[in-house]
Design a protein around this ligand. Structure first.
Ligand code: MF3
Ligand code: CO
Length: 248
């Protein structure tokens, strides 16, 4: 069942989303060669709590941290730890917070120093694919139009879309209906309505779309070892079109 939000609820989700956007903006400054992913996690957790928020990932199904930090061939759910970032890496940072009872959820892939031309292109195409998906988040479009727009842009650029993980509705819970695949035919699925709030999150691999999950039970990597990027925003559907709630 898809839970529609009132404009007062969307106002609250804008606060939660803005906090997540500000955390990611702050983390950008900390993504430098030599920084450990644990340090990034500490910055995020401190900032969320200092604003009266709660890191939504921490404790979710036993997840031990406030962010996911996924480096290079890691797609999502990388657990922060001793690993230090190196010049030329890319790191996907996913962050979620609860504020006033509502969730915000967003992700960005950052370059560490200067990165390869391929890595730059992968990040650019993934961000553009998210934007193309967001453009479809309008009343009278259908859910499948989002995934179709994302997949089309990604494949036109020679990359592949991950199938094993999808976006989701969001509100009082991090994961609500509907699931939002980043692929599939247009014109299918639920009709989109004003008041829906969606976390749209394309995960894009430079090589094959298949995933392997590491022995830690969380970290999802590309099967062929190729690079992967991930961008996510929490987006409200309004009568005036999509509103991104996770801007700083
Ligand atoms: N953005 C992710 C999601 O939508 C992150 C949650 S994974 C967690 O599902 F386990 F770390 F919480
Ligand atoms: Co999400």
């Amino acid at each position: 069942m898809i839970i529609l939000k009132t404009s007062a609820e969307i106002e609250q989700m804008r606060r939660a989303g803005s906090l997540v956007g500000q955390v990611l903006e702050k983390l950008r400054e900390h993504v430098v060669p030599g920084a450990s992913t644990r340090e990034l996690d500490a910055v995020a957790e401190g900032m969320i709590r200092s604003r009266g928020g709660v890191p939504s990932f921490k404790g979710y199904r036993g997840y031990p941290a406030s962010i996911c930090a996924s480096v290079n061939n890691e797609i999502i759910h990388g657990i922060p730890g001793d690993r230090t970032l190196a010049e030329g890496d890319i790191v996907s940072i996913d962050c979620g917070a609860i504020l006033g009872g509502y969730h915000g959820d967003a992700a960005v892939t950052f370059p560490v120093g200067s990165v390869s031309v391929e890595a730059e292109k992968l990040m650019t195409v993934t961000r553009e694919a998210l934007e193309a998906g967001i453009e479809m988040a309008r009343p009278e479009m259908r859910l499948g139009d989002i995934g179709y727009a994302i997949q089309k842009h990604v494949e036109a650029n020679g990359f592949s879309v991950v199938r094993d993980f999808v976006g989701h509705g969001i509100g009082r819970h991090m994961h609500e209906d509907p699931q939002i695949p980043n692929f599939g035919p247009p014109g299918m699925g639920h009709r989109l309505r004003s008041g829906m709030v969606l976390a749209i999150e394309p995960m894009v691999n430079a090589g094959v779309h298949e995933v392997v999950v590491m022995d830690d039970g969380w970290t999802a990597c590309t099967r062929d070892g190729s690079l992967s990027a991930h961008f996510e925003h929490t987006v409200a559907i309004t009568d005036d079109g999509p509103e991104v709630l996770t801007l700083p």
